[in-house]
Design a protein around this ligand. Structure first.
Ligand SMILES: *Cc1c(COP(=O)(O)O)cnc(C)c1O
Length: 373
């Protein structure tokens, strides 16, 4: 009997590493150093080594990582940050929460990432930073984005919450991990992310020693030395228990990404000539970690197809059904329908298929058979 198909199979993933994880958790419980225990520092070092970043700084979530990056860069209320409307809400939310202004740039229909060709038109004298999102597991066009940022003296903060482990090759041949190309990069350890813990967690990457010190301070109430505060900060920490789990799972990350790529290649092959369905495009400058495997389906068929798959016990998701510029909370920005036509069109067309590290070839074959109606 084939196992039930899920969007994500965290139980199956745990079962395969149970002994390693349980041993690590037992070690933390025995030591009982739940806040900033030795596992946290060790994980930061291992994560820095994995990504090649000079500093990997853990915090309580991917959302906090984004907020901490903007705080540490010293952006002031009213400053404008360029980002995309086709993303998870956290990307724009942290900008708005800090009194900064999210200014949207549309995405590309092929990669779902920020369209670098549209950035310059959105730059004003108040623009201070660009916040591209490496959506669904592949990177935005960082070389072009960095060049534009350099020319206009802007910071770059990468939202790499979905793309840990993806690699970008620049035209000089140098290879860079997602999250390590901008002034700061942010990732999330939400359980379903490429590297997920057993609760909430996040991290920032930077090569800049001064910025790293500011981020560390901001995440610890703005403290400089014990009970002396230089900045208005927040409390944002990764639990020792989560760090212990993540140390185990980091050792498996490359294998997890390989499993996602294998699943994606089977989907690609089976759906290549399927009428009405466009499989995900892969940009030449980046590898893809397939955090999501997202199809484009003609809008008039998408919802019917989704119901048909549900009847065949195949779950699917729509990431994302409404772009941020059309969300109630962001009406105050003054955008209207039609302002970001690619994001709007994608919200009618996208359909994400089950994608996780435990999908079997048999399950994928079953899914693609149901799709080829
Ligand atoms: C998951 C995610 C976040 C937020 O991460 P949390 O750990 O859930 O706070 C931010 N941006 C993107 C693109 C994400 O996918």
């Amino acid at each position: 009997m084939m196992k039930d198909i899920q969007m994500v199979d965290l139980q199956g993933q745990y079962a395969n590493i149970r002994e390693e994880v349980d041993e690590a958790v037992r070690r933390v419980l025995a030591e009982s150093r739940y806040i900033n225990g030795p596992e946290v520092g060790a994980f930061q070092q291992e994560l820095a080594a994995y990504t090649g970043a000079a500093h990997a700084l853990t915090c309580a979530s991917g959302t906090d990582a984004l907020q901490l990056a903007l705080m540490a860069l010293g952006l002031q209320p009213g400053d404008e940050v360029l980002t995309v409307p086709f993303t998870f809400v956290a990307t724009a939310e942290v900008i708005a929460l800090l009194g900064l202004r999210p200014v949207f740039v549309d995405v590309r229909p092929d990669t779902f990432c920020m369209d670098a060709a549209q950035i310059e038109a959105a730059i004003t004298p108040r623009t201070r930073a660009i916040l591209p999102v490496h959506l669904f597991g592949q990177c935005a066009d960082m070389e072009r984005i960095l060049a534009i940022a350099h020319q206009h003296n802007l910071y770059v903060v990468e939202d790499a919450c979905q793309a840990l482990g993806a690699q970008v090759t620049f035209s000089d041949g140098s290879v860079h991990q997602a999250g390590t190309m901008g002034d700061a990069g942010c990732t999330s350890f939400f359980p379903t992310k490429n590297l997920g813990c057993f609760g909430d967690g996040g991290a920032l990457f930077t090569h800049d020693d001064t910025l790293a010190a500011r981020i560390r301070s901001m995440a610890n109430h703005g403290m400089s030395e014990k009970y002396y505060y230089d900045h208005v900060g927040v409390n944002s920490r990764l639990d020792t228990l989560q760090a212990a789990v993540l140390r185990v799972k980091l050792r498996h990350l490359d294998q997890y990404i390989a499993a996602r790529r294998h699943a994606a290649s089977l989907y690609d092959e089976a759906l290549a000539d399927c009428p009405g369905i466009v499989t995900p495009a892969k940009a030449s400058y980046t590898t893809h970690t397939y955090h999501q495997y997202t199809l484009r389906v003609a809008p008039e068929y998408r919802d019917a197809l989704r119901r048909q798959l549900a009847d065949a016990h195949i779950p699917t998701m729509i990431y994302y059904p409404r772009p941020l510029h059309l969300q109630t909370a962001y009406q105050y920005l003054g955008y209207h329908e039609g302002d970001f036509p690619v994001s709007e069109q994608l919200s009618y067309e996208v359909l994400s298929l089950p994608m996780h590290t435990e999908l079997t070839d048999e399950q994928i074959q079953y899914i693609t058979e149901q799709l080829r109606f």
